[in-house]
Design a protein around this ligand. Sequence first.
Ligand SMILES: *Cc1c(COP(=O)(O)O)cnc(C)c1O
Length: 414
Amino acid sequence: MATLFELGEAENLMAREVAGNFPDARGRFGPYGGRYVPETLVPAHERLEAGVKRWLRDPAFVAELEDQLATWAGRPTALTYAPSLSSRWGAEIYLKREDLAHTGAHKINNAIGQALLAKRLGAKRIVAETGAGQHGVATAAACARLGLPCTVYMGAIDCERQAPNVGRMKLLGATVVPVTNGDQTLRSAIDEAMRDWVSDPNGTYYLLGSAVGPHPYPYLVRELQSVIGRESKAQMMRQTGGLPDAVFACVGGGSNSIGMFYPFVADRGVELIGLEAGGRGPALGDNSATLTLGRPGVLQGSYSMLLQDADGQIQETHSVSAGLDYPGVGPEHSLLMSIGRVRYESATDDEALAALSECSQQEGILSAIETAHAFVGARRYAAAHRGSKILVCLSGRGDKDMPTLQKTLLKGQL
Ligand SMILES: *Cc1c(COP(=O)(O)O)cnc(C)c1O
């Protein structure tokens, strides 16, 4: 990675990231990010950027967001000490319980925030994309809450794989459109939502689900998800008297992780570690480990690390967890890796499933399979740092994963 930079530039970038100076005026996180969109999409993004600048620091907007988070979405979520995992792993383990947030994961923090913003910007309807359906469900719920009609694009293959979430979205009043173009999964769903947005950029708002895409989305999503890290930091101080030694989160597009990490970036004594989906192994197409195995390139409006073959073709990805199954990653993570502030590792499907099983049986918490990747990282760290204090972002609950768990951990048992 160091080859991307002039000598000394990594240190310079680190200082600017620690000072909270990214993204810059061009929407860049060092060399990453930006806005690679067709000319026709530029005005819509510029309007959104102006709206984000204005409303995110408007006291009445902030108060309304905080009220929705507290009285509707169930914040603050608990910080839970995990006594059994702690004694088994030989470290103090704390879990930030995003599984307790409304609709069962951190995604609601972003969905309700952007839906409120859409109203301020005068939008009459919302479009969104969804892969596994979690972001679609959170968006459908937020739109119902605020009285906004909502259309969710979902790859036809995903509609079939995640049928219960299609039903949840419909019950929440959303229109679900199966996408039969391209790969018929998340990537084509994003393209389709973008297309819908461009056809009516004033009346329609595109509610993007992770810290990816063109500027200002990675910034907007980070700001809305940082409530995770801010709450965690205050809870660690109050419940344990100090900051953790290390913080873990799983990385798909990178929203729960950037939300958890960002408030800790300036705390240089706190190690930050992101866990990607190692899938079946490191071979092409067998994983979704974008940062640990990818190379930089442009995908869906942003320059970031990317899983691509030698010709620059986007790779097929695999993960047992649908929420991590994406060939790209948010640009701020690419910067944080290049400057050495966050370390990224991967956990395989099997490791994640074993960790999910351990956590549910030891602590009575059935986490999402995505989350379980973070447990794998925490456990490895504990083995090398006995007695350390570890914070893990428990990004969501595992109920949605029952069909997959029936076919894996429960296979042959029922
Ligand atoms: C969607 C999802 C993820 C992955 O998305 P990020 O944007 O990387 O956070 C992780 N955990 C859960 C429970 C999810 O629903």
